[in-house]
Design a protein around this ligand. Sequence first.
Ligand code: NDP
Length: 296
Amino acid sequence: MTAEIIDGKAFAASVRARVAARVADLPRDSIVPGLAVILVGDDPASQVYVRNKRRQTIEAGMRSEEVRLGGDTPEAELLAHIARLNADPTIHGILVQLPLPAQIDTLRVLDAVDPAKDVDGFHVTNVGRLATGQPAMVPCTPLGCLMLLRDRLGSLAGREAVVVGRSNIVGKPMAQLLLRENCTVTVAHSRTADLADVCRRAEILVAAVGRPRLIRGDWIRPGATVMDVGINRVEEDGAARLVGDVDFESAVEVAGAITPVPGGVGPMTIACLLANTLTAYCRLHGLPVAAELAGA
Ligand code: NDP
């Protein structure tokens, strides 16, 4: 068997196009959705992400505001910026680029963002809303995986799903979303006994570990749908390249469908950020929310 390669890049473009179409449809005199991104420090990877977010926000017809702060910025100054953006009626989404420098308490900062504008879905209110089945802002990467899974499989109800990784950013919200879709969900982590055996149960396997090619083809159930969230930089044959948490070469022989790295889950994350900004805008303005873009 050779798996279908899921084209996350193309799907992400279609999500961005749907968001842009909805923005273009707003009444002429209304304010456009606005996304503010706060970057503290000069981490090179974060600079690239922020640049891409800005470009795609503008391409979707939205307003982009960028707040760039020095790496030695005190927490109080960052909190003051968040308070200003919380009160700004032209801003509907606020994203604080992680990681933050050591002098700043990340949880305190994430919880300072108005939950209604929390387009990353990291505020404890949104975490609780997702866990209790209420309308929430859903974290972008798991939301992207959910969209790809629904597109390929239709209803996910009754399917056996395994999520490897239990971070607050990917693993846990992914498990919550799959549970909400009525999957039978197992969450595996670094203390899981016999990870290979657990993975072999999965009709849906989500790998969010951060270990290059940890999951091999012989760990995968034949025909499974595999979402490889991992982005790992490795040096091979003297060149740097990106690989996932799944050993693509062996997995592609067994799985029914698989996301490549790069070009799979990665592009979905920014597309879902734009979708979340639109969702936040619609909720704040009492407009109908596009269910398929909100993950509802
Ligand atoms: P974290 O480091 O926060 O979490 C990793 C998880 O994997 C933990 O729960 C850890 O278990 C588990 N784990 C680590 N080693 C093993 C192992 N050998 N066997 C089983 N489980 C293990 O990572 P993130 O969730 O933030 O990210 C995961 C990956 O996804 C990274 O490669 C990251 O770059 C990528 N990523 C990609 C995004 C995208 O846009 N596509 C967005 C976000 C992340 P424990 O809890 O026990 O320590």
